[in-house]
Design a protein around this ligand. Structure first.
Ligand code: NAD
Length: 495
């Protein structure tokens, strides 16, 4: 059994007395068995992170930058291994892991290596003539981070990099389904020169380890990526201690195709945008609102491309789509599609579990005829399922696009610049793509509106989450007699 924890710069065994099998969902094979962390390990990891904070928060930014640069370079040397492990534990086609997850993660490390040297306050100034004001931007302390299973490595990086670059220390709990690349990352972080205790990883369940981590009094901030349901619970625990909570939650992205859109591009974009990572992507296109004049052509085009998508062995370059993360999740997706059909919707393609594959696969699915207020339109499916609905005018399209509790991402397809600007203004989401859906870059922020959360990952904006601002005011006159004291008491002169 492999040791599942990384605490204080080394691999240690979890103390829960339980183990978990990490399973390749494409074939049900056990990849590794890990021991689980328990409450005692939360104590040890938080103590290690607390002990490391004093020094790490005070080293010059260039020291933090050097370590993150070395981390990015180490990861680049092991890129193939990261991709293989990520592909197996999360059921990703190797093409996606090699071309997206791993290079994106390395790029993030390199970005934050640079960004670590750009933490800024504002220029010193004498606002009242006698006092010089400066702004100190300071780290918060130990950050408890919790990540989901859909992009295990990228989510671990999005959590740990800005926090550590800003001088915090981190205890990360990856999803218990996909802890392997987070453990590789911890090993590489230590080898790259991050001092012991700056980055710690606990493998454990949400209820046992996640909640203990969030509730630990020495954890000063919580950074969570996962479902909106669990996000509410995380916020509740954090609020009880008035702890800062950065929440990246679920999504239900609209994909709006206006009447002047390039239809072929929109069809291509809808398939890629809805099926990426087997639809297990918080920003995936899930609701296509298509102008009625294009609707039939859009539906037949998307169904044709979806029907040609190749599912299967994730180690092959020829495979387009992997399985869902687990059998339980496969059943959840199938049940949601079943309920949509019972409620009157039509399956235009897919809508079934393929019987020629062993893993937890589900055929790419396009649904029409669903009601706007139905579950399949309103709730996150987190699978390869796109719903298409027609609209008649721009106002209706934008109203429908905003008509869910979520607000993470959206796209608008149009060749009219005015329409594009209007859509980007009206749509309530943390990201609006015009004529594309999905691309992200380290330099730009990612985060939700409404029930999709609060705060930003990536980019310099993420430093707002992981730092606090202090005003320092210095009397530069050195005068003992201060005129303004007369507003408090009549005779301030100590003599
Ligand atoms: P989840 O909410 O079930 O679990 C996420 C993490 O929280 C896991 O590590 C889990 O162990 C932990 N957890 C579960 N219960 C907990 C509790 N009571 N206290 C503390 N931690 C707990 O989500 P998931 O199924 O792993 O991931 C899919 C979800 O993540 C989707 O809703 C998706 O939209 C969302 N997601 C959002 C973003 C984003 O950036 N907004 C990115 C990726 C995934």
């Amino acid at each position: 059994m492999r040791q599942g924890q990384w605490i204080g710069g080394r691999s240690v065994a979890g103390s829960a007395g339980q183990s978990i099998d990490v399973i390749d969902p494409s074939n049900g094979v056990i990849i590794e068995t890990l021991d689980l962390a328990g409450p005692a390990d939360v104590e040890t990891a938080v103590a290690a992170a607390s002990a490391a904070f004093d020094e790490w928060s005070r080293v010059p930014p260039v020291v933090r930058s050097d370590a993150l640069l070395a981390l990015g370079r180490r990861m680049a040397e092991r890129a193939d291994e990261y991709a293989r492990v990520e592909s197996r534990q999360a059921g990703k086609p190797i093409r996606l892991a090699t071309g997206f997850d791993v290079p994106g993660s390395i790029d993030n490390a390199l970005f934050f290596a640079g960004a670590a040297r750009h933490l800024q306050g504002s220029a010193a100034a004498e606002w009242d003539g006698d006092h010089t004001s400066t702004i100190r931007r300071e780290p918060i302390g130990v950050v408890g981070s919790i990540a989901p299973w859909n992009y295990p490595l990228q989510m671990a990086m999005w959590k740990m990099l800005p926090a550590i670059a800003a001088g915090n220390t981190v205890v990360l709990k990856p999803s218990e389904l996909t802890p392997l690349t987070s453990l590789m990352l911890a090993e590489d972080a230590t080898a790259a020169g991050l001092p012991d205790g700056v980055f710690n990883v606990l493998t454990g369940t949400g209820v046992d380890v996640g909640e203990a981590l969030i509730a630990h009094p020495s954890v000063r901030m919580v950074s969570f990526t996962g479902s909106t349901r669990v996000g509410h619970r995380v916020a509740e625990i954090a609020a009880a201690q008035l702890k800062r909570a950065h929440l990246e939650l679920g999504g239900k992205a609209p994909f709006v195709v206006f009447e002047d859109a390039d239809l072929d591009a929109a069809i291509q974009g809808a398939v890629a945008g809805s099926l990426i990572n087997t639809g297990q992507d918080c920003t995936a296109a899930t609701r296509a609102y298509v102008h009625r004049s294009l609707f039939d052509a859009f539906v037949s085009g998307v169904a044709r491309v979806m029907d040609g998508i190749v599912l299967g062995d994730t180690s092959l370059d020829t495979t387009d789509l992997g399985p869902l993360i687990s059998e339980a999740h496969q059943q959840k997706v199938a049940a949601m599609v079943g309920r949509a059909v019972e409620a009157g919707a039509t399956v235009a393609c897919g809508g079934f579990v393929p019987d020629d594959l062993d893993g937890s696969f589900y055929r790419p699915t396009l649904i029409t005829g669903a009601a706007q207020d139905s579950e399949i339109v309103q709730e996150e499916v987190f699978g390869p399922v796109l719903v298409a609905l027609p609209f008649d005018d721009d106002d209706e399209a934008l109203r429908l696009a905003n008509d869910t509790p979520y607000g993470l991402a959206a796209s608008a397809w149009t060749t009219d610049v005015v329409r594009a600007h209007r859509a980007s203004r009206e749509i309530q989401a943390g990201c609006v793509w015009i004529n594309d859906h999905i691309p992200i870059v380290s330099e730009m922020p990612h985060g939700g509106y409404k029930q999709s959360g609060m705060g930003k990952d990536m980019s310099l904006y993420s430093f707002e989450e992981y730092t606090q601002i202090k005003h320092v005011s210095t009397d530069i006159t050195g005068a003992a007699r201060k005129e303004w004291h007369r507003t408090i008491f009549a005779e301030p002169d100590p003599q």
